[in-house]
Structures are given as structure tokens and as C-alpha cells.
Design a protein around this ligand. Structure first.
Ligand code: GCO
Length: 465
């Protein structure tokens, strides 16, 4: 039993440093619905989900959990849970009017009312600008493969900060650019559903430049002393399945594509050698401007880390590259030890401590936030009307304890967000994965706080006594 496991239920929120924030997280496309209301124009996810065969049973997020109409109720839920902070994302095609050069007043009004309500309830809003829902019209102009995407994103970031910067002080540019680049352009599991490995590295490069240029532009737009600008990466440990040199090499390849590319570009304005080799091998080096990446590098005020599991990697001679990790040769993800969540992921809290320490080694003292952490399990409503989800509670407790282990080891972790406030649309997996600490009945839109949510609420309330 690891330290984190042993101490899962013993910790108190008061054991965390002063100012540490506990929250819940969501993303616009997964919860808002109302895809053609309030002046919102289509995103790539409607196009993708309405294309036969792309998502489970053709499920889409046109309505999902109807947060656009029910956000007041959802803020009430958060207030009852007693969370300090709420991480959500802004839908680009809702905030901006068609043409993507001007604000859409109805979109601005929606996010302003949401943020004001949060603040009135003592909940700090934390916004992500891009959680995968590119306006379709920008995809029609080439999406992230077009170098102009850097300018499109900078324009959007500046307009968002102008419109909302008095209410929102903590901003992440991108959520999990690994997914945008490699699930969107290599494996094709996500919108826009392109399967072209070389192209995915070009998209990843534009995302990284766009991040830095947007941060720089936002620093001078509607500036406030307490602005905090950063990015959210899903830094998932890629651990070798054994100590053999082959497994180590295979794991290094996956680590470069999953973690090193993004952490290197964000923190140091450069890519690991393994990524530069892939650029050469795939014939895209001439589309990757390394000098520009180094020149535009900004410093961030925080790094958000989404953590769910560990990828255990073994060497398999001649294995075809895995589409989600293009360029990582002779590698396979093996079954993790122990019981799995519905996503097929293991439950290994020690990975969160390990990754936080690793980032601390790269960037000592940089404020880190766990911007997502949680688990999908098949919940049912019991005869007593409650949702008993002990595995989710256990998962969250053990990971909170593992975050505390990192803090004790000297890592500057400042926030922890449960994924997710609500059950919601899990992308290509549709509604099959329930991550919420609040259950949503998708027929009636009824919200029921699960036992895990009740535990989180009671645990957080220990700070009041
Ligand atoms: C991600 C996204 C979320 C997911 C969550 C569960 O990390 O993939 O940020 O949108 O829903 O992670 O898979």
C-alpha cells in the first residue's frame, strides 16, 4: 500500500497550504448544449458527431446536460458542495460572432452572467479558452494545420480577455493539446477526424506557438495584478513495463510524444531530440519553425496538469506505431495492474506524485494545479434514490492524498479539481462514461449529488469547523 493509499481518508483539507483551492471542472462542449442558440455557430464537434460511425451510437452534444439553460442550478450545486473554484471552458464559436473577429454579445452575456454568479457565491472562475471545440468555419480554412490558426487563436484570446478579464483572472490557453493534435489529426478518434501522422506534428507545433503568442497578447490586454495565465497539459506518466533497455526505449518514445513535446515547448521553447528526429523522419521539419518557438516563448504563471492514470509501455519488436503516439516505435500500452475504471484505465495515485515531482524538477517552484482528476464508473440510482459510488470516492481520496505527498516533497501545488462536476458527454464515447460527482439523468436532466459529491462536500466543510 502506498503512502497515498494509507492516508487517503485521514487527511484534512486544512493540511493543505493556506490558499490551496479545491474545485470541480467541466468543459463547454461536454455540458452546454444549445449549439444553435444565442448566436453560437457550429464547431467541429457537431460536424464530427453527426458523421455516421464517428461516435458511439452517433451520440452528440447538441443538448447534453443543458448547462446553457441550467447554469444557475449548476452554480447552486457548486455552492452547496462548498468548492472554492470552478474550471470551465469557453466555447470559441459562442463567444465570437461568425467570422471570428468580433465578440458575439449574447455569448459574452452568457459567460459574464455565469462568472458573476460564481463570484457572488464565493467561487473563483478558472477559464480554459480551448477545450477542443474549434469553430467549424476555421476548420474549413484548414484548422490547426494552417499557420494562420496562430493568429485566429491570438485574436480570440485577446477578445475573451477584453470581454471577461474583469471577472476571470485565471486563464488557461489550451486543454490537452496532445488530444487536439494526435487524437484529432493522427488517430482520428476526435474531431476533425483526420488520420495523417505527419500533419499531426504540424498541428502540435502551431498549437504551441499559438499558446505563447496568446499568453503574450493577454498579458497586455485588460491587465490585472492578479492575472494568472497558463496552460493545461495531460501529462500522463509513460512508465516502462520492466527495466529492460528495450522497454525503457519504447517508454521514452511514448513519453516524448505525450509529455516531452508539450512540456518542452511550453516550459523551454524547444522540443526533445526524439521529437526533432520524428519531424525529420516524417518529412515535416521544414514546417516546424524552431527559431520562432524559441523566440515566442513566454513564462506562464501556472501549469495545469490533468491526471488520470499511468501508461505502462512495453517494447514489441516491429509493432506498428500506435496512432495516438505517432512516431513512437515498437511500443505498446500494456494492461495496468489491478482493477480498471470504465475507461479501461488503472487506479495508480502514485503516478500523480511522481509527475508533480518531475515537473518541479523541470521548473522549480512553478505553481501547479491538478486541473482534472476523476474516474468513470457505472453508477446506478439505488432504491433509496441515492447514488452509491464508493469506488469514485476512494479514487478521489487517494489522489488528493497523493497530491499532498507531492506538496510534502516540496512541490508547489496550488489547486485540485475533480473531473467532473456533472456526468457529461465523453466525446467519441458519448454518454457511456459517467465521471460526475453529480449524476445527471439524461432524459429528465435531473441532477443528483452522488455519495462521492457528498463526501467531497463534507470533507471540504471541515475547514469551516
Ligand atoms: C480529457 C478532457 C476531458 C475528459 C476527461 C475524461 O482529459 O480528456 O479534458 O474533456 O472528459 O479527461 O476523459
Amino acid at each position: 500500500m502506498t503512502t497515498a493509499q494509507a492516508r487517503g481518508t485521514e487527511l484534512d483539507p486544512g493540511d493543505f497550504p493556506t490558499g490551496f483551492q479545491f474545485g470541480v471542472a467541466t468543459a463547454a462542449h461536454q455540458i452546454e448544449g444549445a449549439v444553435d442558440e444565442g448566436g453560437r455557430s457550429p464547431s467541429i464537434w457537431e460536424t464530427f458527431a453527426h458523421t455516421p460511425g464517428k461516435t458511439r451510437n452517433g451520440e452528440h452534444a447538441d443538448v447534453t446536460v443543458d448547462h446553457y439553460h441550467r447554469f444557475r442550478e449548476d452554480v447552486d450545486l457548486m455552492a452547496d458542495l462548498g468548492v472554492d473554484t470552478y474550471r470551465f471552458s469557453i466555447a470559441w464559436s459562442r463567444l465570437l460572432a461568425p467570422g471570428m473577429e468580433d465578440l458575439n454579445s449574447e455569448g459574452v452575456a452568457f459567460y459574464r452572467e455565469l462568472c458573476q454568479l460564481l463570484l457572488d457565491n464565493g467561487i473563483t472562475p478558472t477559464a480554459t479558452l480551448y477545450h477542443w471545440d474549434l469553430p467549424q468555419e476555421l476548420q474549413d480554412r484548414g484548422g490547426w494545420v494552417n499557420p494562420a490558426s496562430i493568429d485566429w487563436f491570438r485574436t480570440y484570446a485577446v477578445l475573451a480577455k477584453e470581454a471577461l478579464g474583469d471577472l476571470i483572472k485565471t486563464w488557461a490557453t489550451f486543454n490537452e493539446p496532445w488530444c487536439t493534435a494526435f487524437l484529432g489529426y493522427s488517430s482520428g478518434e476526435h474531431a476533425p477526424g483526420i488520420k495523417d501522422a505527419p500533419t499531426s506534428f504540424v498541428a502540435a507545433h502551431h498549437l504551441m506557438i499559438a499558446h505563447h503568442e496568446a499568453v503574450e497578447a493577454m498579458q497586455t490586454t485588460n491587465p490585472h495584478d492578479d492575472d494568472r495565465l497558463g496552460i493545461v497539459l495531460n501529462l500522463i506518466p509513460a512508465w516502462p513495463a520492466s527495466d529492460s533497455p528495450e522497454d525503457l526505449r519504447a517508454a521514452q518514445g511514448v513519453d516524448d510524444v505525450h509529455n516531452g513535446l508539450f512540456a518542452g515547448a511550453v516550459l523551454f521553447g524547444e522540443y526533445p531530440d526524439g521529437i526533432l528526429e520524428i519531424h525529420e523522419r516524417m518529412g515535416v521539419a521544414d514546417q516546424i519553425d524552431l527559431d520562432r518557438l524559441a523566440a515566442v516563448r513566454t513564462s506562464i504563471d501556472f501549469l495545469g496538469v490533468n491526471y488520470y492514470n499511468i501508461n505502462h509501455i512495453e517494447y514489441v519488436e516491429g509493432a506498428a506505431p500506435m496512432p495516438a503516439w505517432p512516431g513512437a516505435e515498437n511500443a505498446r500500452v500494456t494492461r495496468p495492474p489491478g482493477e480498471l475504471t470504465d475507461m479501461g484505465w488503472g487506479v495508480e495515485p502514485e503516478g500523480i506524485t511522481w509527475m508533480l515531482k518531475r515537473i518541479h524538477d523541470w521548473a522549480p517552484g512553478l505553481p501547479l494545479m491538478i486541473t482534472e482528476n476523476g474516474a468513470a464508473y457505472p453508477d446506478v440510482v439505488a432504491a433509496d434514490g441515492a447514488v452509491h459510488d464508493p469506488k469514485r470516492t476512494d479514487y478521489i481520496q487517494r489522489h488528493i492524498a497523493a497530491v499532498h505527498d507531492a506538496i510534502e516533497a516540496g512541490v508547489n501545488v496550488v489547486a485540485y479539481y475533480v473531473w467532473s462536476l456533472l456526468d457529461n458527454y465523453e466525446w467519441a464515447k458519448g454518454y457511456s462514461m459517467r465521471f460526475g460527482i453529480v449524476r445527471v439523468d439524461y432524459e429528465t436532466q435531473t441532477r443528483t449529488v452522488k455519495d462521492s459529491g457528498i463526501w467531497y462536500r463534507d470533507w471540504l466543510s471541515r475547514r469551516d469547523s
